[in-house]
Design a protein around this ligand. Structure first.
Ligand code: SF4
Length: 217
């Protein structure tokens, strides 16, 4: 199969497997989504969803969040890891939203990425899932699957994002991001695989004899 044929196969297969694409992180608006995505760095969505009810009961708006001490935020979000950095970022970004954005989450990559604790991937998730703009957030899991399916040889998540955006129509980016995550969780975990156990890889590489090489992100 050519790369474009592999991309078309993946697109159709994922559409069939996951016709619905619910957002994994519980939230009620752009602000709570932004906080949940920030907390999900190096943490599972499941754990974030266990922690955010208590955090949002305390403060679910920037106005309420700035009234909390960094320490009290930190105590609640501890199970998510990196709590000193994440709590400081949540407090400071809430101040910035009030100072510079009338208390709203800005709807642009540059303004989002200027917030503390918000990198390109977090901004992409908020632009995509919060505002519905086309984006293709790539984390290490999507990077790994793109390599195993022969859709990218990127050496980092930025290269992989550029490759995937070229391969798939823009209208599918938002849902594909989620569908690849679902597939990775269900079938293709971080553990090594010989690249032949799933119908997906068998269809993409019917003659595969050796495990696919994966560049670390
Ligand atoms: S065969 Fe292995 S590498 Fe391919 S999709 Fe399945 S688990 Fe992932």
């Amino acid at each position: 199969m050519l790369k474009k044929e592999r991309a078309d196969y993946v697109l159709n297969k994922l559409q069939a497997l996951y016709p619905e694409t619910p957002i994994p992180l519980d939230h009620k608006d752009e602000y709570t989504l932004l906080i949940a995505v920030l907390l999900s760095a190096q943490c599972t969505d499941e754990r974030v969803n266990q922690v955010t009810p208590a955090l949002f009961a305390l403060a679910d708006t920037p106005q309420k969040m700035v009234k909390q001490s960094v320490e009290s935020i930190r105590n609640i979000i501890k199970p998510c890891g990196l709590s000193p950095r994440k709590s400081a970022a949540i407090h400071r970004l809430s101040e910035i939203l009030l100072e510079q954005h009338d208390g709203h989450v800005p709807e642009s990559f540059s303004e989002l990425e200027a917030l503390p604790g918000v990198g390109h991937k977090t901004a992409s998730v908020v632009m995509s899932q919060g505002f519905g703009h086309p984006a293709f957030p790539v984390d290490t899991h999507i990077h790994r699957l793109a390599q195993r399916w022969g859709l990218s040889k990127g050496r980092n998540v930025e290269q992989t994002e550029a490759d995937l955006k070229k391969l798939f129509p823009e209208a599918y980016w938002n849902r594909l991001h989620l569908q690849i995550i679902y597939y990775g969780r269900e079938y293709c975990t971080a553990r090594g695989c010989d690249g032949t156990v799933c119908p997906m890889c068998r269809a993409l590489y019917p003659n595969r004899k050796t495990p696919p090489k994966v560049n670390k992100a």
